[in-house]
Design a protein around this ligand. Structure first.
Ligand code: NAD
Ligand code: UDP
Length: 319
């Protein structure tokens, strides 16, 4: 049985990846320190004989006795308000955490895939974003802690690949959504759905003309799975190219949820990217992958998930 270590296992993407690799017959070791994750996301796996949960902060030395075939490094705060709240931990998990995991991968002769991000392109001046674009990041801005950690993460990963011959893969993940996103993580989809369910107005930041392109989680997991098993070691964009302005997206949420509330406008956070859309030509070519779930379908499933949360969870405010 192939063994895989997944960091960030109790988070949104990490928990879906645990599900997928269990389904594919792997032995999965999930690691998390629960700083932004929730044990409830993987509770259903805890009784399985091929799943093990290890509570550990990956910025500290990682001791795993078992052999490992693969490592997926997904531990990191991922929403702007999380990484603004815990900026030093964000830098550390991208830098020290990645270094520890690369060292572990080298010792175990395992293949390692890192969760990079569209944020490596910053506020992009090239549209749509192709993998050969070097990006436009404000290193000292509030988002810099995340963007630069992820850029360093890519660099050290390529250094281990080139210098030590380690098998590495780099997924540049674009905005992904679905069940198990944290209601209060501040990202636009949980924010809007939570507001609609609580009967609050929807808060659009800035003039709402900034764009994003949302990928449903099952498509994202399929892309990551294919990339891990591919022989391609340069970065690959994984996302859904269907782009929409945040203002139009708020209107879609109003019709999806049937809320009687309206859109209100708030200040745009500093360095909020104006346009974001993945060019997925490379993923199509090397992974034979493209997203299958359209926004209407994916948002319906996601809304059902948020509707299933208790009133207590819905009204609990963390931020
Ligand atoms: P998430 O916050 O739901 O999950 C992150 C998980 O990592 C949490 O369970 C958290 O407790 C854990 N974690 C954080 N620091 C840790 C540490 N030092 N040690 C151990 N565990 C730690 O976020 P997510 O959306 O699932 O994102 C997962 C990964 O994918 C992140 O690396 C993120 O940067 C990347 N990513 C996500 C998106 C997206 O749209 N969801 C887009 C681009 C990149
Ligand atoms: N956004 C918004 N209202 C909110 C939360 C977010 O208008 O309540 C905007 C945000 O300014 C950004 C977009 O939605 O332009 C996506 O934000 P998110 O935090 O989901 O992801 P990211 O900026 O990292 O793409």
């Amino acid at each position: 049985m192939k063994k895989i270590l997944i960091t960030g296992a109790a988070g949104f993407l990490g928990s879906h990846l645990c599900d997928r690799f269990i389904k594919e017959g792997f032995y999965v070791i999930g690691m998390d320190n629960f700083i932004t994750g929730d044990k409830k996301n993987i509770e259903h796996l805890l009784q399985l004989s091929n799943f093990q949960l290890v509570k550990h902060d990956v910025t500290n030395f990682i001791n795993i006795e078992a052999n490992l075939d693969y490592i997926l490094h997904f531990a990191s705060p991922a929403s702007p308000i999380d990484y603004l709240k815990i900026p030093i931990q964000t830098l550390k998990v991208g830098a020290l955490g990645t270094h520890n995991l690369l060292g572990l991968a080298k010792a175990k002769k395992a293949r390692m895939l890192i969760a990079s991000t569209s944020e490596v392109y910053g506020d992009p001046l090239v549209h749509p974003q192709t993998e050969d674009y070097y990006g436009n990041v404000n290193t000292i801005g509030p988002r810099g802690v995340y963007d630069e950690a992820k850029r360093f993460q890519e660099s050290i990963t390529m250094a281990y690949h080139r210098f030590h011959g380690l098998e590495t893969r780099i997924a540049r993940i674009f905005n992904t959504y679905g069940p198990r996103m944290r209601l209060n993580d501040g990202r636009v989809i949980p924010a809007f759905l939570g507001q609609a369910l609580r009967g609050e107005n929807l808060t659009v930041f800035g003039d709402g003309l900034q764009t994003r392109s949302f990928c449903y989680v099952d498509d994202q997991v399929e892309g990551i799975y294919r990339l891990l098993l591919s022989d391609y070691s340069n970065p690959v964009n994984i996302g859904n190219p269907n782009e929409i302005t945040i203002k139009d997206f708020a209107e879609e949420i109003i019709s999806l949820t049937g809320t009687k509330q309206k859109v209100i406008y708030k200040n745009l956070p500093q360095d909020d990217p104006l346009q974001r859309q993945p060019d997925i030509t490379l993923a199509k070519k090397v992974l034979n992958w493209e997203p299958k779930v359209n926004r209407g379908e994916g948002m319906k499933i996601t809304f059902e998930y948020f509707k299933s949360l208790s009133q207590e969870e819905l009204f609990k405010s963390e931020h």
